[in-house]
Design a protein around this ligand. Sequence first.
Ligand SMILES: Nc1ncnc2c1ncn2[C@@H]1O[C@H](COP(=O)(O)OP(=O)(O)OP(=O)(O)O)[C@@H](O)[C@H]1O
Length: 279
Amino acid sequence: MRDALLQVRDVHLALPAPGGPRPVLAGVDLHVPRGSFTCVVGPSGCGKSTLLGVVAGLRRPDRGRVLLDGRDVTGTTGHAAWMAQDDLLLEWRTVVDNVALGLQVQGLRRREARARVRDLLSGFGLADHADARPSELSGGLRQRAALARTVVQGRDLLLLDEPFGALDALTRLHLQRWLAATWAAHRWTVVMVTHDVREAVTLADEVVRLSDRPAHVAVRHVVDDPHPRHPAALGAGARRVEHEVLAGLGVLDGQDTPGAPESGRGTSGVRGRSRASTP
Ligand SMILES: Nc1ncnc2c1ncn2[C@@H]1O[C@H](COP(=O)(O)OP(=O)(O)OP(=O)(O)O)[C@@H](O)[C@H]1O
């Protein structure tokens, strides 16, 4: 197993609920190598965003630890940059100033921050939009700007929470393709939550499926097809994992599915690629 940048060890967390604290995370373990892309999927409301919050240090777990490069960062912030579905761009600032904000919050002067950001914008296809306001951008370009603002912070870890969840299907497809290529060029360490299994197998080295709440890691699926992948032209390995994940989520009913490599195979049918977790 490759050395981990991020390790989540036996994390438990209960959150307030009307009848008393309700367990949301129940012994979650993650192992995320540096420069890898991990996608977290699971049933709605199982605790995916809560887990990202624990990794970012925004929530302290009741039990368990978060380690970054072997250093205990449980309940502390500063090691991870976060991007959510809502791009949170400031409408009165231009694109370059929105992205520069990611550096200004770290203490860089505005002029210096803007200069650094301009270089980055071209890699994100935003050079021609540097002086536009967010309201002048399409949804896809807005998400690119939000991602640029996340990346520019230079944190060790990027946490993406359903970043394309609010986009229409076509824009989403374009952005998945773009992110697959951009990530392959940079190899940031990413943990991304998504409901879209096709998106997960397009981008990830490993797809982690959480159980129902209280969540633990039900299965980890390795996707070892080469990067970058195209969401509309996936290879056999990615399609097999997609099938396994969908079956694990209860979306398939055991019938053959177009794109599945062999009939009648469920999550346990392909050994050596998917690892059942020991909760
Ligand atoms: N601040 C909070 N206080 C109390 N309960 C919370 C809080 N935030 C989330 N929860 C509850 O914790 C559970 C997990 O929420 P979370 O948002 O982490 O799930 P999720 O898997 O990301 O959801 P979704 O699939 O809908 O995006 C849910 O039952 C939710 O209602």
